[in-house]
Design a protein. Structure first.
Lengths: 129, 279
């Protein structure tokens, strides 16, 4: 997604202007949509890096953006997980309980490739020193 | 210092936990049933870094254009710079299954109990700004004399000296009557009412006057005299109160021992005779 923007900056800026208008309108309606993350927590982390805003809608916008980002990654991880379980389902012929493994567990195996697509490389040790 | 760091860490922990909950909520909405602890921590860390980064970038953009308070445009630029698409934001906001997390309750500030406060704190003078901390306890900066000036009147001092001397004598006699041997005025066995300090005369009483010892040459001899004066081994129990017999026995035995020809046997035999004669 970000690659397309870098290739055409001027076009991106015009798009952003349009998006900016939409967002400024969106900002006014933002009071209806409360993001999952509470305002105080987001404000705390923003304050830690020097971003102080008296407008709560701005903070809600950032919270929403972060949430969307997170949900995108989660969706990608879910796709990975489904691919893996579906391949296992195909392999295992015995299938007594209908669709097996309705429960999806998020593990590092699914998360790392999902993050890699976004450019985030997560390497965590298996143990803590 | 450690206390403040602990406080900061606990604040971070509380918010970190909220972030954990938020991440879990998003995962639930996506369709996951449960998550690995490590992946949850990774995502929480990612979200925290996201906020930090957006905050930094937005502030940078805002200050770049000569402002102090960030505006929507700054936030947008920051998000775009990070590569976050703003396209589907509205649709995402209006998704059907949304959970909202309660903001964290403000924990009550633990009141440090007012310890060791003596007296009431003085009101600050008007020239002191109100936002400064309150004044300390008055004993911290007000000096009062700790003792009265001593009395220098001659009469009072004499009187004090006299009462002190009297009190000392009284106390000492009381102490001695309670701890050392007592002498009874009355003929009862146990006397608590009028105890007199028993005086132990040496026999013969005129001997120290005839032989004054201003210098002690032989400490053994001195101790011997002392022991002899205080001996109670061969005295019968009922005659212990009578000081005459006590003195006689002590003196007779002393005389007997002083003559070198006597042996301990004769002294042992002679003492009952002396007792009979004395009794």
């Amino acid at each position: 997604m970000q690659m397309s923007r870098m290739n055409s900056p001027s076009v991106g800026m015009e798009e952003d202007n349009g998006v900016g208008h939409a967002l400024s309108d969106f900002l006014l309606q933002l009071d209806n949509y409360t993001p999952s993350i509470p305002d105080s927590v987001v404000a705390y982390y923003l304050n830690m890096s020097g971003f102080e805003s008296q407008d709560p809608r701005l903070i809600r916008l950032i919270a929403l953006a972060s949430q969307k980002f997170l949900s995108d990654i989660a969706n990608d991880a879910l796709q990975h997980c489904k691919m893996r379980t579906s391949s296992q389902l195909v392999q295992s012929s015995k299938n007594q309980k209908g669709p097996k493994e309705k429960k999806y567990i998020m593990t590092m195996e699914d998360l790392v490739p999902a993050l890699q697509e976004y450019g985030i490389i997560a390497k965590k040790p298996h143990y803590f020193v | 210092m450690s206390e403040t760091t602990e406080k900061i860490e606990s604040n971070c922990d509380a918010r970190r936990r909220i972030l954990n909950i938020a991440v879990s909520t998003v995962l639930l909405e996506t369709g996951f049933e449960s998550a690995d602890k490590m992946s949850l921590e990774t995502l929480t860390e990612m979200i925290q870094s996201f906020f930090t980064e957006v905050g930094n970038s937005a502030r940078g953009y805002c200050e770049l254009s000569g402002r102090v308070e960030p505006v929507l445009g700054d936030v947008m630029m920051a998000l775009i710079n990070m590569g976050i698409s703003l396209q589907g934001l509205e649709q995402y906001a209006a998704r059907p299954n949304r959970h909202v997390i309660q903001p964290p309750q403000q924990a009550p500030v633990p009141r440090t109990p007012a310890m060791l406060s003596a007296g009431s704190k003085a009101k600050p003078s008007p020239h002191i700004p109100f936002h400064l901390p309150p004044l300390p306890d008055p004993h911290a900066y007000i000096r009062t004399p700790t003792h009265k000036q001593p009395v220098t009147e001659y009469e009072a001092i004499r009187e004090k000296a006299a009462t002190q001397k009297r009190d000392i004598e009284k106390a000492l006699t009381k102490f001695l009557s309670k701890t050392s041997e007592t002498h009874n005025l009355f003929n009862t066995e146990d006397n608590q009412v009028y105890p007199l300090i028993a005086c132990k005369p040496t026999f013969p009483a005129y001997l120290p006057c005839l032989l004054p010892t201003d210098q002690v040459f032989d400490f053994d001899e001195l101790e011997y005299h002392f022991q002899v004066a205080n001996r109670t081994e061969d005295m019968p129990a009922d005659k212990k109160d009578q000081s005459d017999n006590e003195g006689e026995n002590g003196g007779d035995n002393e005389n007997a021992n002083n003559s070198q020809s006597e042996n301990p046997d004769t002294t042992g035999i002679s003492s009952p005779d002396r007792n009979k004669s004395g009794g």
